[in-house]
Design a protein around this ligand. Structure first.
Ligand SMILES: Cc1cc2nc3c(=O)[nH]c(=O)nc-3n(C[C@H](O)[C@H](O)[C@H](O)COP(=O)(O)OP(=O)(O)OC[C@H]3O[C@@H](n4cnc5c(N)ncnc54)[C@H](O)[C@@H]3O)c2cc1C
Length: 601
């Protein structure tokens, strides 16, 4: 198979023609950047992805991490990857100059990370967690912690992690039991257990820095008693060395996919000597951690999109080469077989894959742009873009994760029996993508966050801003006759979503929270389709503008392909909201009111 895992032309189109990222360069924070500097970064990321990451996709899956005498051994190339990312400035690229970053727009950094993940998803577990942990330290920790821990992390020498989950506390973080006891020396003694910690220990780096949630003895119960600690695997000593910090790996999990990155169980303070350093104020840990969690949610959506994209290109290539059967109208066995891409059913599956991967990527970049606009302007702009980002984050995480699985499955289907075999990459993509609706908050948790919190926050202000943004795309599309049927479909979709929202809110007004949130996952699914339809209309608009101007044959074909995929989305995907809306407009308590004995044999 050829090693195409992402479309370069598509990235330029989304960044510069759909999202107009160049508008960022007039903001003081980004003034050193131009389209050329961004394209150079993307080209370099593409080369790194193709030459260092993609060649190890299969091998890192086959040689999964092992726990040997308390140490986690990973594929030796992980050290090279971390070194390359560190020395090349990739890990801190979007951070400010004063901490050694390049002030690159988050949108561009996400595109680079997307290329890395499309080439080798597991590898990006190491880099994204390190970037997120370093950013969390820079935002909330003391200068001393920043100076000690951030430089080696951004240099790719030390790994960062996000240590939240415990055996009894997965979705429900209020139930964590890890304890922090203050000492007179200023540090805290940590004791407890964390499970499922990605890149929680490995020999591809010299140290691991855990951003860990724990409860200080005597603090308030529930989430109000959660504090954030920096807990290193090895702690710095006074003479400039490192010593063990009583953080021990008790297990490495054996997973369906994502096998190139270890997921560890950690025992903290088995010998009473695990030191944690408080980050920020006591009991505010979950609020701080939301920074890393929200970034990670966008990261997960981006990784799911990347796998979806890689699977699309692999099945597209296969569909063009595989000869099988004849068209229904020409069944003569004397005629040669056709390539399967000639069959309508295969085309439908390819269009689905393309619609999901390019629609989802557009949502992710929209979020990246909101992050860039929120972080670099006045308070009013910050509020606007943060609210939009908050509203879209559950979609950016869940739409690619859930639809990516179906999309990769369709890609596997295109390869027929070969799709099921390890000789072809679809089998690995199918296993790899399955984690995404689970980690960083399951789809069910994202859905309750969307309906229970984001839609109602600030009296629905985020929803209002979202409608303004979509309205702008609809207005701009009105100038293009060919887009009119699709603006009408999007308006109908928005109206259905609005009606469903009002209906569900009636339960909330009656304080019937059980029924309000019972079908939140279906609500998220419906909203996700509406959001992606908006992004497809925006792509259709940009393609129409492209076709209106002078363009090469290749560009014309590209724009026409975009318009065709947009039409596919509106004709095949958008109608799915009708079924979802029909259910969401009902008022029974079919799941909430039932008895568990329904499941008795
Ligand atoms: C490969 C992998 C990597 C991971 N990496 C990390 C990491 O780096 N750091 C970290 O801290 N954790 C990590 N995790 C843990 C991950 O975030 C959790 O597995 C996830 O949040 C779900 O928690 P759980 O497994 O305990 O499932 P549970 O919380 O037990 O959920 C089980 C099911 O119940 C549903 N559910 C739970 N509560 C509710 C509710 N109130 N209402 C409705 N439905 C509900 C969930 O949606 C889910 O479908 C990782 C997990 C895996 C598998």
């Amino acid at each position: 198979m050829a090693n195409k895992f992402a479309g370069r032309r598509n990235l330029d189109f989304l960044l510069f023609e759909v999202h107009d990222v160049e508008r960022l360069f007039s903001l003081p924070y980004f003034e050193d950047h131009t389209r050329q500097t961004c394209e150079l970064a993307i080209d370099t990321a593409m080369k790194l992805a193709a030459n260092l990451l993609y060649p190890y996709l299969r091998e890192m899956d086959e040689k999964e991490p092992v726990l040997e005498e308390g140490a986690v051994r990973v594929h030796p190339v992980v050290r090279t990857m971390m070194k390359e990312w560190g020395e090349g400035g990739w890990l801190g690229s979007a951070m400010p100059y004063e901490v050694g970053g390049q002030q690159m727009p988050v949108t561009i950094r996400m595109v680079c990370d997307y290329l890395f993940a499309a080439a080798n998803f597991s590898a990006t577990g190491y880099s994204l967690l390190t970037t997120g942990a370093a950013h969390l330290i820079l935002t909330h920790a003391s200068d001393a912690l920043k100076e000690t821990f951030v430089p080696p992390m951004l240099a790719g020498k030390w790994q960062g992690t996000m240590a939240l989950t415990e055996p009894q506390a997965g979705s429900s973080l209020s139930d964590i039991l890890t304890r922090a006891e203050p000492t007179e020396q200023g540090y805290y003694k940590i004791s407890g257990q964390k499970i499922f910690i990605s890149a929680g220990d490995h020999d591809g780096v010299d140290n691991v820095v855990h951003m860990m949630l724990a409860k200080i003895k005597g603090g308030p119960p529930g989430v109000k008693g959660i504090s954030l600690f920096l807990v290193p695997k090895k702690r710095p000593t006074e003479n400039g060395g490192l010593e063990a910090n009583d953080v021990n790996v008790s297990a490495v999990y054996h997973k369906l996919g994502y096998r190139g990155c270890p997921i560890t169980q950690l025992s903290l303070g088995e010998n009473g000597d695990c030191r944690g350093f408080l980050v920020g104020e006591p009991h505010k840990g979950l609020t701080y951690m939301f920074q890393m969690m929200n970034e990670a949610r966008l990261g997960v959506g981006m990784q799911a999109t990347a796998i979806t994209s890689a699977a699309y290109y692999a099945s597209l290539e296969y569909a063009g080469q595989r000869l099988q059967g004849r068209k229904p109208s020409t069944k003569d066995p004397a005629l040669p077989q056709v390539s399967i891409i000639e069959h309508a059913d295969i085309r439908r599956m390819l269009l689905f894959q393309r619609a999901v991967s390019e629609g989802a990527l557009s949502v992710i970049l929209q979020c990246g742009l909101y992050a860039d606009l929120a972080g670099t302007q006045d308070a009013a702009a910050r509020e606007r873009y943060e609210l939009l980002l908050d509203l879209l984050t559950p979609v950016a995480k869940s739409y690619p994760s859930e639809n990516g699985i179906i999309s990769v499955s369709q890609g596997l289907q295109i390869l027929g029996g070969y799709g099921y075999c390890r000789e072809f990459p679809l089998e690995q993509y199918y296993r790899d993508i399955r984690i995404h609706p689970i980690h960083e908050g399951t789809t069910g948790i994202q859905a309750m966050d969307l309906l229970g919190r984001k839609v109602v926050m600030k009296q629905g202000r985020a929803v209002q801003l979202f409608l303004e943004e979509v309205g702008e795309t609809i207005r701009a599309s009105a100038a293009h006759e060919a887009l009119k049927p699709y603006t009408a479909r999007l308006e109908e979709g928005l109206e259905k979503w609005r009606a469903v929202t009002m209906h569900r809110l009636q339960f909330a007004m009656k304080n019937d929270l059980e029924n309000f949130l019972a079908d939140a996952t279906l609500y998220l699914e419906l909203f996700g389709i509406v959001v992606v339809a908006w992004q497809w209309l925006a792509q259709g608009l940009a393609a129409s503008k492209g076709l209106d101007g002078p363009c090469s044959d290749a560009s014309r074909r590209f724009y026409e392909g975009k318009l065709h995929t947009m039409r596919y989305f509106f004709h095949y995907e958008m109608p799915k909201i009708n079924g979802l809306a029909a259910r969401l407009m009902e008022s029974d308590d079919l799941t909430v009111g039932m008895h568990s004995s329904v499941f008795d044999d």
